[in-house]
Design a protein around this ligand. Structure first.
Ligand code: BES
Ligand code: MN
Ligand code: ZN
Length: 508
């Protein structure tokens, strides 16, 4: 008799969302008895909080000078472990620094399950720091520093175990801190969801699967949704989507989401690059460390979907229409070839000179469709060019656009969320000629230089007269190690910027 192999019931690709950041958040007047660790803000000068029970000299003797992000764990025989959290010079403290301090506290607290801190309340004592914004930032810092993608780990014993987080607040600040903390919970959960999507293996998160998740999100968060498949995209003339997808076994999906408040103040459109896996196509990428992270080439679409999920909760006043342009980019016998010409949704013909410049091809269709809705402005977000990473490094997003007023709104949103952006010039007059094609309206790549700019000039041909800004997040889409509120892996960058942009959106 042959031995039998016992079957396993696990489906091939189970749900690996980590339902991130499911933490109970409370605001109280005094340190809760059940807290395991209490983070106390310590400025570089002035009085040391009495609760710490240590003098400035004792702190200094232990190497703690209250530099921003510095922590000192003070064990005690009873009551919560105290953690001194440096916030630097009180006059320089801003919301970003409080977010960083909360993240540092969280990392110092390790696997303790109930954390508490006075950090948000400290914000209210400082010039120019609003208590609600401080509380939001502190909650974001704590939750985002706790984030881990554990969906595929059998052993999660090394991961954070945070269950409860309490902010202590003086009576006068309690309302504002409660309001800010609630907002921080929403924004941090959204960024965590975007991280989950980008961290997920490419076989788990196909375009079809992302569309299914979008349907679920839309149902839960009051969004209208329409999903278009390959045949529909063909009929719609979305030559970029169909072309990039044509070597793939997995079909493409275009996801349109709409958030409509009662009496909308303005209409913003968002477009997210959703390349589920970017092999480069026939212009295949070398098998190096970057190829390895191309499952994250849908980080733009993830940020847009995550941001959309918050708009009802945050009572966004603007109408927001979003397009996720989703497909992978693969080589095969049916791949687009160099020299092929694609016709985009707006009729523009594009000659392919490099199949690895695929993001702009799918975005061309997404932007064209967005323009047809006649929104007041369009923002797109994409892991678009290695050139943006080369120019600005791994921490700064490139922003380019056609309208300085709208680009300024993006800059303000980015500053508030500490997702830094830097504007590059959209030098259409000088560099558009680099995209000239002999046979079509344009080719899909420029020359060897200014790649982030030529990619943006390409995109600008699809936005008509609508004020437009483009975020190239190729650099900050991931971090290689834990860094403050960023946890190793996908960062979910842009999610909080888009939320801030949408909820503060002003028309000219
Ligand atoms: N997804 C990549 C860009 C990228 C590179 C994102 C590194 C994150 C990290 C994009 O599709 C791409 O391949 N761009 C090419 C464009 C080139 C062929 C003009 C690039 O940047 O090399
Ligand atoms: Mn590519
Ligand atoms: Zn790509």
């Amino acid at each position: 008799m042959t031995s039998e192999i016992e079957p396993r019931t696990r489906v091939p690709y189970p749900d690996t969302l980590t339902t991130p950041l499911d933490v109970e958040i409370a605001v109280t007047r005094t340190t809760p008895r059940t807290a395991d660790a209490f983070g106390l803000a310590v400025a570089a000068e002035g009085a040391v909080p009495r609760q710490l029970g240590l003098s400035r000299a004792a702190l200094e003797a232990n190497g703690f000078s209250a530099k921003p992000g510095q922590t000192l764990v003070v064990p005690r025989s009873d009551g919560p472990t105290l953690v001194a959290v440096g916030i630097g010079s009180a006059t320089d403290v801003d919301v970003s620094r409080l977010r960083d301090a909360a993240a540092a506290f969280t990392r110092a607290a390790g696997r303790r399950s109930h954390l508490a801190t006075n950090l948000a309340d400290v914000g209210s004592d400082l010039d120019g720091v609003d208590a609600a914004a401080a509380a939001q930032a502190v909650v974001e810092g704590v939750l985002l520093a706790t984030y881990r993608y554990v969906g595929l780990k059998n052993d999660t014993s090394g991961s954070p175990k945070l269950e409860q987080f309490t902010l202590t607040a003086a009576a006068a600040q309690e309302k504002a801190i409660t309001r800010g903390a609630a907002r921080g919970r929403v924004t941090a959960r959204a960024a965590g969801f975007a991280r989950d999507l980008a961290n997920m293996p490419p076989a788990y998160l196909t375009a079809r699967r992302l569309a299914d998740l979008a349907r679920q999100i839309a149902g839960e968060h009051g969004l209208d949704i329409e999903v278009y498949d390959r045949d529909q995209l063909e009929v719609m003339g979305c030559g970029g989507m169909v072309g990039v997808n044509q070597a793939s076994v997995e079909p493409p999906r275009l996801v349109k989401l709409t958030y409509t408040p009662r009496s909308p103040k303005g209409h913003l459109a968002m477009v997210g690059k959703g390349i589920m896996y970017d092999s480069g196509g026939l212009s295949i990428k070398p098998s190096d460390a970057f190829h390895q992270v191309m499952k994250m080439d849908m980080s733009g679409a993830a940020a847009v979907l995550a941001a959309m999920s918050t708009l009802r909760d945050l009572k966004c006043a603007a109408k927001v229409t979003a397009y996720l342009v989703c497909t992978d980019n693969m080589p095969s016998g049916s791949a687009i070839k160099l020299g092929d010409v694609l016709t985009m949704r707006n009729g523009t013909t594009v000659e392919i000179h490099n199949t690895d410049a695929e993001g702009r091809l799918v975005l061309a269709d997404g932007l064209s469709l967005a323009v047809e809705q006649a929104p007041d402005a369009i923002v797109d977000i994409a892991t678009l060019t290695g050139a943006a990473l080369a120019a600005l490094g791994p921490e700064i997003t490139a922003v380019l656009g056609t309208d300085d007023g709208f680009v300024d709104q993006v800059k303000d949103a980015a500053a508030a969320t500490d997702e830094p952006v830097w504007q590059l010039p959209l030098e259409t007059k000088r560099y558009k000629k680099l995209l000239d094609s002999v046979v079509a309206d344009m080719r899909n790549i420029g020359g060897p230089y200014a790649g982030a700019i030529t990619a943006s000039i390409f995109l600008s041909q699809f936005v008509g007269d609508v004020p437009w800004a483009h975020l190239d997040i190729a650099g900050p889409m991931k971090v290689d190690g834990d860094d403050g509120w960023k946890s190793k892996g996908a960062t979910g960058v842009g999610t909080r910027t888009l939320i801030e942009l949408a909820t503060n959106f002003r028309t000219a």
